[in-house]
Design a protein around this ligand. Structure first.
Ligand code: UTP
Length: 414
């Protein structure tokens, strides 16, 4: 143990992170152990390079941004039926799984507890998880098959998520047989000097590594092995907060199989040039999602001869990946992006610091960075009113109120 401790100390000194052991002697034994485990696991070179990255701003000026070709689900003509039949066959053969990313913090919504447990205010008071479950259940009935459900949680919300499902008898699923929970990865938070933070519990302050951690986390937690064992070939991967997500769409799956691609991204038409959504495009010839904060006003407003936005295919975090692609993507992490956040921490002298403005960097990978790594993906445009009712903010745009109305309209509820 002593040797290991010394090795860690040496490593921390080498990377200028020796402050991390300042409070070690005051910790109880179990926490000491946990802290050492954390310190052993950290990739300090990665942290250094992420810190260097925070000093650079993302620059797309040297990249060629072009519109992406897409299929419109409702303009496929005769092929609609063809794709639908191919997709239906694969669903009935049990080749599709649903993966829900539910590890986010839901800061904007401000709900205490996992976002999936949030009640959007329907008369039924069904929380988001149950609304998603209803969609899957309906498909199971239609296709007479069990569609396994994989749910990604975070360290922070894992226990609460599982006990919510336990209380609800897993909505008819069987834990570890047809429903699976797995935790996403984390990365330490750092201050503006690149120093890793210690949280109030005396341990390294870590934060979830973003929805782009999904691939690595599916592989690390052996969920992909489960999928293989069950004969699954495709996974729909979506967020927890879109209660209209069409997770089992035979046309979506059929087009992927027919075109023999690694992934299909669902898009909807951007409501207006200012809407705060990323849009599918091509960056230097590869599929990419350009975020609303990155796109120039000129590109955002550009229209074609029919008056449609040229960069108007909104990415709604509803994507389908082949299991092969997931396994491939899961071998190494996607690039990390930094976000400047407020983080309470314990300083090197042992004092608690509660900042009133952002003071620390959090690092997140974005799922859509995977698109550029795939050789072949296609975009399928669906209809907003059938596919997208996000619940992101406490009030206003994309709030429980808007999500509820969209959900009610789609399901013909009063
Ligand atoms: P968002 O980017 O909307 O983040 O996630 P969020 O955590 O839900 O909400 P804010 O930004 O804190 O207000 C989109 C989807 O990706 C999942 C979320 O749970 C949501 O379903 N996600 C996000 C993860 O699973 N892990 C993450 O680290 C981040």
């Amino acid at each position: 143990m002593k040797e290991t401790f010394e090795e860690i100390e040496w490593k921390l000194k080498k990377f200028g992170q020796e402050h991390l052991l300042n409070g070690y002697s005051q910790l109880e034994e179990a926490k000491q152990k946990r802290l050492l485990e954390q310190l052993k696991k950290i990739d300090y070179s990665l942290i250094n390079s992420l810190y260097e990255g925070t000093k650079k701003s993302k620059d797309l000026s040297n990249s060629v941004i072009e519109p992406i070709q897409f299929f419109d689900k409702y303009k496929l003509n005769g092929q609609y039926k063809e794709f639908e039949a191919i997709g239906e066959k694969a669903i009935k053969e049990g080749k599709l799984a649903v993966v829900t990313m539910a590890g986010g913090q839901g800061t904007r919504l401000g709900h205490k507890g996992p976002k999936g447990t949030f009640d959007i205010g329907l008369d039924s008071h069904k929380p988001l998880f149950e609304l998603l479950r209803d969609t899957i259940k309906e498909a199971e009935k239609k296709y007479n098959v069990i569609i396994p459900w994989f749910i990604m949680t975070s360290r922070e919300n894992n226990d609460e998520t599982i006990s919510f499902f336990e209380k609800n008898k897993f909505f008819g699923y069987e834990k570890d047989k047809t429903i699976f929970f797995f935790q996403q990865g984390e990365l330490p938070m750092i201050d503006t000097e690149g120093k890793i933070l210690i949280g109030e519990d005396g341990l390294v302050k870590e934060a979830a590594d973003g929805h782009g951690g999904i691939f690595e986390s599916l592989v690390r937690n052996k969920m992909t092995d489960e999928m293989r064992r069950m004969g699954i070939e495709w996974a729909f991967i979506g967020g927890v907060d879109n209660c209209l997500a069409q997770m089992v769409d035979p046309v979506f799956l059929g087009i992927a199989i027919d075109k023999n691609v690694a992934a299909v991204g669902k898009s909807i038409i951007k409501a207006n040039p200012q809407e705060k959504v990323g849009v599918f495009c091509k960056k230097d010839g590869k599929p990419y999602v350009i975020e609303y904060s990155e796109i120039s006003q000129e590109l955002a407003e550009k229209t074609d001869e029919n008056g449609e936005l040229v960069f108007g295919e909104s990415h709604i975090l509803c994507n389908l990946f082949s299991l092969d692609a997931i396994e491939r993507m899961g071998q190494k992490p996607l690039p990390y992006h930094s976000a400047f956040k407020k983080a309470t921490y314990i300083d090197k002298d042992g004092n608690k610091v509660e900042p009133t403005s952002p003071n620390a960097y959090k690092f997140e990978a974005f799922l859509f960075d995977a698109f550029g790594e795939l050789d072949d993906m296609i975009v399928l445009r669906g209809k907003r009113e059938e596919e997208f009712a996000p619940c992101k903010n406490a009030t206003g745009v994309d709030s429980p109120e808007t999500a509820r109305e969209l959900y009610k309209n789609y399901h013909n509820l009063k």
